[in-house]
Design a protein. Structure first.
Ligand SMILES: [Fe+2]
Ligand SMILES: [Fe+2]
Length: 265
């Protein structure tokens, strides 16, 4: 079961010195009695999943940092990847605190031994490219519009403040993969670039149900507590082309246009 611990003391002080402002958010302001029970439960599910996603992002950027070190990537790029791990752990903290205020986490069954991204290539630079594309170029590029829409829909001040704080960090998270490709693209072979293009499309396909599955009319949509709607789904569809396929093509990582069109439909 996915469960988190907090040590406190020197390690907490260090984190909050590096990422200040968390305590200033409007904690303790949500009145759950204002919402139907079903909405509160749905919000707990959404935010429990959010905590897990932030934790998995930390693992992914941590693995990316190691992979960047193994291929001799630029020093400042490696430092940025490592610093993003700290961003994500701060996001884990904020999302967890919010989940507690919503009534506590729902159980998530997951073996943390499987949290790191899989790396299949043998060449270090290609392993780094795999993680950079899956984690940054695709996943983070989709999380930016999803989170931005949730923030627009959220009218609870605390939910909005947490989303704003998370969103303020996410831009560079989605840029890092492309910054890596600025350095790495010329060092990849045509065959490697083709494999990476297929991997990018496969990763988009994993997320596609978010905008392709029929909206659930009977599901409670806790807008005030952070949820999604058709406008958010349209933003995700646009991001497939504009934020992923088009910029990757500039590095010779060209996704199959028919597949992109089908994924963005
Ligand atoms: Fe995050
Ligand atoms: Fe992120």
């Amino acid at each position: 079961m996915f469960e988190l611990e907090w040590r406190g003391g020197a390690t907490a002080a260090r984190l909050h010195k590096r990422r200040p402002g968390g305590d200033a958010l409007p904690w303790g302001t949500i009145d759950l009695a204002r919402y139907p029970d079903a909405h509160a439960i749905e919000a707990r599910k959404i935010w429990s999943n959010g905590v897990f996603t932030e934790y998995a992002s930390a693992a992914a950027f941590s693995a990316l940092t190691t992979a960047l070190l193994e291929c001799g990537a630029p020093i400042d790029l490696v430092a940025a990847a490592a610093d993003i791990v700290v961003d994500e752990m701060f996001h884990v903290e904020l999302s967890s605190r919010l989940t507690m205020e919503l009534g506590g986490a729902v159980p998530i069954a997951f073996d943390l031994a499987d949290i790191s991204p899989r790396r299949t290539a043998s060449r270090p630079i290609v392993r780094a490219a795999e993680i950079a594309i899956v984690t940054s170029c695709v996943s983070e590029s989709l999380s930016v519009p999803a989170m931005a829409r949730s923030r627009t829909l959220a009218d609870e001040p605390l939910v909005r403040a947490v989303l704003e704080r998370l969103l303020a960090d996410e831009g560079p998270h989605a840029r890092l993969g492309f910054w890596f490709l600025d350095w790495a693209a010329d060092r990849l072979t045509d065959a490697e670039r083709a494999q990476l293009a297929a991997l990018a499309a496969d990763t988009i396909a994993v997320y596609a149900p978010l905008w392709q599955d029929a909206p659930c009319d009977s599901c409670p949509l806790p807008r005030g507590l952070g949820g999604h709607d058709e406008v958010g789904r349209a933003a995700l569809r646009r991001a497939v082309e504009a934020s992923i396929a088009t910029p990757l093509a500039r590095y010779g990582i060209v996704l199959d246009p028919a597949r992109v069109a089908a994924l963005a439909a």
